[in-house]
Design a protein around this ligand. Sequence first.
Ligand SMILES: [Zn+2]
Length: 323
Amino acid sequence: MAKQEFSIPALMNAVPTEAAAYELLEGLRWESGIVCPHCESVAPHYFLKPANGTTRKTRTGSVSQRRVWKCRDCRKQFSVLTGTIFHGTKIEIRTWLFVIFEMCASKNGVSAREIERKYDLTAKTAWFLLHRIREAMKREPLAGLLSGTIVADETFIGGKPGNRPKGKRPVWGHLAEKTAVLSLVSRDTGEVRSQIVPDVTGATLAKVIHDHVAVQDATLNTDEWRGYIAVGKEFAAHKTVNHSEDQYISKGATTNEAEGYFSQLKRSLDGTQHHVSVEHLPRYLAEHDFRYSTREMDDSERLRRLIDTTGARRLTYRPLIGR
Ligand SMILES: [Zn+2]
């Protein structure tokens, strides 16, 4: 296999210091020029500090490697962190880069517990760090419609109360009802989009499908759930698979992509994440959509793709914990 641009040893070499981590992040985010996060102007902005190029003392007297620029157009100051998921972070950028790499390189995701131990962070810091990275994994709000052949399938997420002792159940296992998730997979591009749905009635499925798919030119593949019948008629074609007869491929129709996606999602929620509450589930879905949609990329391409969407995705701790 070709040597990857990014790997743990490559990162260790590339970012021996915090200053080097800033420079690597600047190189990745501003590949085609330094962009002012306030006015989006791309210009040779003024480099302000640190004056010696590597470190400076902050107001509180601590040492900072944060590199600050001044916009040539709007005159405001910024760094590569301004307005991004990194904004205001107290965690080293080196640590961020390693954790982002781990998120991009793992098949089933990484748990906050694991990151807490490996990077010597507090539990709260590790948890928040991972959620900020998941925020960057969300698809663009104005992403275009899916077209071609679309596989639609729904699943129900929720732990079985089972025989676990009281208080040991996963948070999502406490839900009285399981949470329904609808996934739409484009067989043409490999992109998947998943979201929580209140139910799997025809009206609900149709609304979500219309939000994401250019239906009149597309082909729909589903199982025989009746909720898809009405919306299926709006598609150029609707092919169904009869799961009850173990007939997973019928007349060229399969829902295998969605089955594969769901099994990976459940493996991660069961095996890696143990406390996923319904309010945070959308961010886990975003993570899995990102991972599935970029599965043809290598880890380095996936990391570059993620860094590209770290801008304008600020997530603060307060709204995250619902206060
Ligand atoms: Zn500006």
